[in-house]
Design a protein around this ligand. Structure first.
Ligand code: HEM
Length: 496
């Protein structure tokens, strides 16, 4: 009895007051929620806060210390996911292990994925990362205004190559197009709280023709797109294998290593889902990171020049950067870390779910809570990152110019938390690094001028979402020398 009483006495973490029944639904803004969560945490002087979304408890974790205590140290109870009937069932995105509950199905897929993307395995993809970075340079030379299109193409081309061995078309590639539709569908259906069926799961049984059941017809459309994204590239590999023409890839190795006695159908479902998960995980995220990098270079020209000076000194002006240059380019590496900190790609990571009652700082955290790691707040915590809104690569460096190693927990939060931390982060970090370094070595990024000759200031605004992007802005990519076109041409030939 005394245990029960003591537990009862513990209070929930502080949070905004809210209304009866609906709780804080009207307090939580529809966009840039991370800023409100960060502000409440400061006002309430607590690094965990509690929000009630119409009965669903939500715990927001606003500091690196709390994130470590909960997601890391107690990872066995902080690694589940929330089920969204719209996304998981109606759109049928159960193949994607980012949406799977913590259990054997998730574990099996995460293990398969890890085999191909752990740090040593990921080194094998460097030639491909280098190639797509150089193709990006070529495209930026040809049509600089379409830089966001080129970033999408670069990200898609890398991961389709790694996962399926597919060489994409230079323009209008059908696989990239299919995936874009599917990604859009997933981000819409994954918008927690946007669909009534997510609050009242029984609604999923309403027939599609029923008045008001537009969500079911919409879900059926989206399901077609997401199914196609899982099935089409996989079928292309199996067809190429049958013809003896398949290029090396994750799927090829997995299928080749399959034993006679294994359940082929089950394994194929797992493999095709894991490959599609790599594709969806790696597309928008890389685009956002490089988009923020371009924006930072416009807003902080001095830093651009400083980074270029390092590249020029180490790489020289007569060749393009390679991965072997990385240890000699600490400033550029610090800049990559700073991009991921300054404008986190996934400001709230992906929400976790707590599977048993817990206590933190004397507060009661109820089983079943959605637990949101506020990567934005952690990466903008003044205690570790003074003047946090300023883009300042120097903060990642020691006095002697070497990279600091004491901010790992905070740094990693850019990729999420605990056992769910992004398993593609090694590939991501490498591809973002070579992309940024290559662009800096070849181009000066400058603000555009309007017809009146005046500089067009980028707004610096973002589009809110699971993945946050800079709003469209104009950026000039000016070749740094007469040799540029030749260098890019030669650089590409080296990759063939
Ligand atoms: C800058 C690039 C990237 C960022 C910022 C990023 C961020 C994230 C975040 C925040 C999560 C959720 C972590 C959590 O639940 O706490 C995640 C999960 C995931 N990411 Fe990434 N990611 C990036 C690139 C990639 C790439 C390139 C791939 C594939 C090669 C990938 C594949 C995945 C997968 C499969 C998951 C699901 C993990 C799970 O639920 O167990 N990501 N990522």
């Amino acid at each position: 009895v005394s245990v029960v009483l003591r537990q009862r006495r513990r209070s929930l973490p502080p949070g905004p007051k809210g209304l009866p029944i609906v709780g804080n639904i009207f307090d939580v803004p529809k966009e840039f929620e991370w800023l409100a969560y960060e502000r409440w945490g400061k006002e309430l002087r607590s690094d965990v806060i509690y929000v009630n979304l119409a009965g669903t408890p939500v715990i927001v974790v606003n500091s690196a210390e709390a994130a470590h205590e909960l997601f890391e140290k107690k990872s066995s109870v902080y690694s589940d996911r929330v089920r969204l009937p719209m996304l998981n069932e109606l759109v049928g995105c159960n193949w994607h292990f980012v949406f799977m509950g913590y259990g054997d199905d998730w574990r099996e897929r995460r293990r398969v994925f890890h085999q191909f993307f752990h740090p040593n395995a990921a080194v094998a993809y460097r030639p491909r990362e280098l190639k797509v970075a150089r193709e990006l340079l070529q495209r930026l030379l040809e049509s600089p205004d379409d830089f966001m299109v080129h970033l999408r193409h670069m990200a898609g081309s890398l991961i389709l190559g790694v996962a399926y061995g597919i060489d994409v078309q230079p323009k209008n590639d059908p696989y990239i197009a299919t995936a874009e539709t599917a990604l859009h569908a997933m981000s819409m259906a994954g918008n927690a709280g946007a669909y009534l069926v997510d609050y009242i799961p029984l609604l999923k049984h309403v027939p599609s023709w029923f008045p008001g059941a537009t969500f079911k017809r919409q879900a059926a459309e989206w399901k077609k797109a997401t199914d196609a994204m899982v099935e089409r590239p996989f079928e292309a590999v199996t067809k190429a294998m049958a013809e003896g023409k398949a290029h090396p890839s994750m799927i090829l190795s997995l299928l080749n290593d399959l034993n006679e006695d294994e359940d082929k159908e089950h394994k194929e479902t797992v493999f095709s889902g894991v490959a599609a998960a790599a594709y969806t995980g790696g597309s928008d995220t890389t685009v956002s990171a490089l988009g923020s990098f371009f924006l930072a270079m416009l807003l902080y020209p001095d830093i651009q020049r400083k980074a270029q000076a390092e590249v020029d000194r180490v790489v020289g002006r007569d060749r393009l950067p390679e991965f072997s240059d990385e240890p000699s380019l600490p400033y550029v590496t610090a800049m990559v870390k700073e991009v991921l900190r300054w404008r986190p790609v996934t400001p709230l990571a992906v929400p976790h779910r707590l599977t048993s009652d817990d206590v933190y700082n004397g507060y009661h955290l109820p089983s079943g809570s959605i637990v949101v790691g506020n990567a934005w707040a952690i990466l903008h915590d003044e205690r570790m990152f003074p003047d946090p809104d300023r883009f300042l690569p120097e903060r990642w460096l020691n006095e002697d110019g070497s990279l600091r190693t004491d901010m790992r927990d905070a740094e990693l939060s850019a990729f999420g938390f605990g056992r769910r931390i992004c398993p593609g982060r090694h590939l991501a970090a490498a591809s973002v690094w070579i992309g940024m370094t290559s662009v800096l070595s070849i181009f000066n990024l400058e603000k555009a001028r309007g017809a009146d000759g005046n500089i067009i200031e980028p707004s610096g605004e973002y589009i809110s979402g699971l993945v946050a992007y800079p709003k469209p802005f104009q950026c000039l990519f000016k070749p740094r020398s007469d040799l540029t076109a030749q260098l890019v041409h030669n650089g590409l030939q080296e990759c063939d």
